[in-house]
Design a protein around this ligand. Structure first.
Ligand code: ZN
Length: 67
């Protein structure tokens, strides 16, 4: 777990996953693909990329919360 993890929330919705920064409401949306077209493993890969972007956002926009 990264220290930045607790500075954003993620909501798993039927159409996609929405990550929202707790400090400025910056959000990152990943749309889910229709079932069957992309196969399994979507969630982990895209979810990890999204998490990486949110961690970068926290580092760049709110460095003080990690200090
Ligand atoms: Zn933010």
């Amino acid at each position: 777990m990264h220290p930045a993890d607790k500075h954003f929330t993620r909501k798993d919705l039927p159409r996609g996953i929405v990550a929202t920064c707790l400090h400025c409401k910056h959000s990152d949306v990943v749309m889910k693909v229709p079932k069957g077209s992309a196969g399994r493993g979507w969630g982990m890969r895209e979810g990890n990329k999204q998490r990486g972007r949110m961690i970068q956002h926290i580092k760049n926009a709110h460095p003080e919360v990690l200090a």
